[in-house]
Design a protein. Structure first.
Length: 245
């Protein structure tokens, strides 16, 4: 008798537990879904803007990027994820310029630290939030970021060439004039040093002495002041002789 009673007691508790579980299941049928039905919702899957998935090189609408092949991103990368191929090209004016040849990026070793993005001087890099980067072999994780062909150096217009040549000629002329002035000053310095010893100035008063001091270093001006002082001294002597007679 005791076993029958125990059987029905366990059966009742089992049915009660089943009903409770079905209540929870029933509520979940009408509760709004919070899980993502990936990949069914791939087209409108919300991904955070700050999510870092893969490094990319920014291209504008004309297919140009801002990378100047300075190598800063390659140097700051902590584990050698970035490798730059750089080439040197000749510009129209005969100068040399560095240009990007290959920008290789290994997604498999990237730690997404973003040091390359924050240290880029031209803001040429960014991390996309495209998280679908699964591949079957590690070799496919090595990416070439400059996937578009590199454009040739733009040729300047005839007006720009004429303006640049005029500016270059003006700089050359200014440099020559500065060199000639420096050469003339160097040649006049010995004469200025020897001028006071050749003929002592008849400095009659403090004003004459101050004028000579102000003209120091200018031989032409100093000679004029000395001639004027000598003429004034001669007139003074002649006047004094006439008064004596």
């Amino acid at each position: 008798m005791g076993s029958v009673k125990e059987y029905f007691s366990n059966l009742g508790s089992g049915i009660a537990s089943l009903i409770k579980g079905m209540q929870v299941t029933g509520k979940e049928f009408v509760t709004p879904k919070i899980t993502e039905e990936y990949p069914d919702n791939r087209d409108n899957l919300p991904v955070a803007d700050r999510f870092r998935a893969v490094l990319t090189l920014k291209y504008d609408d004309q297919g140009d990027h801002k990378c100047i092949a300075c190598g800063t991103c390659e140097r700051v990368c902590p584990n050698g994820t970035i490798s730059l191929g750089i080439k040197t090209v000749d510009t129209w004016d005969g100068k040399k310029k560095k240009k990007l040849d290959k920008y290789m990026y290994d997604l498999g070793s990237c730690t997404f630290c973003q040091l390359c993005v924050t240290n880029c001087p031209t803001d040429a890099l960014e991390f996309s939030n495209d998280f679908e980067q699964a591949v079957f072999t590690r070799g496919k994780l090595l990416r070439k970021l400059n996937y578009l062909p590199e454009k040739e150096e733009p040729q300047p217009t005839p007006e720009e060439i004429a303006r640049m040549k005029a500016e270059k000629e003006a700089k050359i002329a200014a440099a020559k004039a500065a060199a000639e002035a420096k050469k003339a000053a160097a040649a006049a310095k010995p004469a200025a040093d020897a001028a006071p010893k050749a003929a002592p100035a008849p400095a009659a008063n403090d004003a004459a002495a101050k004028a000579l001091a102000a003209a120091a270093g200018d031989p032409e001006k100093e000679a004029k002041i000395r001639a004027a002082l000598e003429k004034a001294a001669a007139l003074k002597a002649k006047r004094e002789a006439g008064n004596a007679n």
